[in-house]
Design a protein around this ligand. Structure first.
Ligand code: ADP
Ligand code: NA
Length: 303
């Protein structure tokens, strides 16, 4: 008998929750045009909520910090997170609408998206209760769909309490030095890495980003990921072969699973293998949060 694992450290997510309003249409409308679509669905999304749900499915004890509106969507977003096992005690309800993403998917699978931040835009700072939740976590996951002031407040609260910060720099935008200074692990995809570093080659991008942060993982879609630590050659992590159905939120699934493995004290190389298995499973199923795998499935795929 092996000893039971130490109680896993929790994960705090400071990020966005959006209701995705997805319309499927053969050909997207041009300016001034009205077209009849084929189907429509609403589904909980936003990078913060997606990473929180991915981490919870992967077995993490996850608390979400952020805001939803006082509309019907707010209640549904809260319920979707709670159903996945995410603690929503620090998810506030702000007067006004929830964040939404209006998505038009055309017959070739291309999409056009409008995001209206709504309640997410109210998260410009943290309460002492938010800071306490971060202090109890093993890692804080951050993205860039909240106001920068809020993201910075969270990263600083984590650093002050010795909690590791994991930043997904999406949507890509220039990162202030104050934020990079309190980022422990940066996880861009290849497009974000190129935008941030000005280098298209992922190895060159990784080396450039290491000037600003101590550790970088660049995700490369079907090509896997690249792990870079200051003072060492970047290491390639191949993807697992997958029957690709839908790559939506592959990156969020990857980060959520990575955080769970790191929070349990696993070495980064080992944690990356597990996150790679989680994201391979996610691309084999349709949808975003609905495709995020549970721990047992990840263990089986990683074996
Ligand atoms: P994002 O969704 O943020 O753009 P990526 O597309 O880079 O992120 O995917 C994140 C991870 O998901 C990759 O590092 C890889 O492990 C896995 N993945 C993505 N696409 C595929 C694919 N076609 N086959 C297998 N694994 C994939
Ligand atoms: Na993707």
């Amino acid at each position: 008998m092996t000893a039971p694992p130490a109680r896993p450290a929790g994960i705090a997510v400071l990020g966005s929750a959006n209701m995705d309003l997805v319309a499927y249409v053969k050909v997207a409308p041009a300016r001034g045009e009205t077209v009849t679509g084929e189907s429509f669905r609403t589904v909980a999304g936003g990078k913060g909520a997606n990473q929180a749900i991915a981490a919870a499915r992967a077995g993490g004890a996850v608390a979400m910090i952020g805001a939803v509106g006082d509309d019907d969507f707010g209640g549904r977003l809260r319920a979707a997170l709670a159903d996945a096992g995410v603690d929503t005690g620090r998810l506030r309800t702000a007067p006004g609408p929830s964040g939404i993403a209006q998505i038009v998917v055309d017959g070739e699978g291309h999409n056009a998206i409008v995001v209206v931040p709504g309640a997410n835009g109210t998260v410009t700072g943290l309460t002492s209760d938010d800071e306490a939740v971060i202090g109890r976590a093993g890692a804080l996951l951050l993205q860039l769909e909240l106001p920068l002031a809020g993201v910075l407040a969270g990263a600083r609260a984590a650093r002050a309490q010795g909690v590791r910060t994991v930043l997904t720099p999406a949507p890509a935008q220039p990162l202030p030095d104050e934020l990079l200074a309190v980022t422990d692990l940066l996880v861009p995809n290849e497009h974000e890495a190129a935008a941030l570093s000005g280098r298209r080659d992922p190895r060159a991008a990784a080396r450039a980003l290491l000037d600003a942060v101590p550790e970088v993982v660049i995700t490369l879609g079907a090509a896997g990921s690249l792990h870079a630590v200051r003072g060492r050659e970047p290491l390639a992590v191949p993807a697992l072969a997958a029957d690709v159905v839908d790559t939506t939120a592959a990156g969020d699934t990857f980060v959520g699973a990575l955080a769970v493995a790191l929070g349990e004290g696993r070495e980064t190389a080992d944690a990356l293998g597990w996150a790679t298995a989680a994201s391979a499973l996610s691309v084999e199923h349709p949808g975003a949060s609905s495709s995020m795998p549970h721990r047992a499935a990840i263990d089986a795929r990683a074996a």
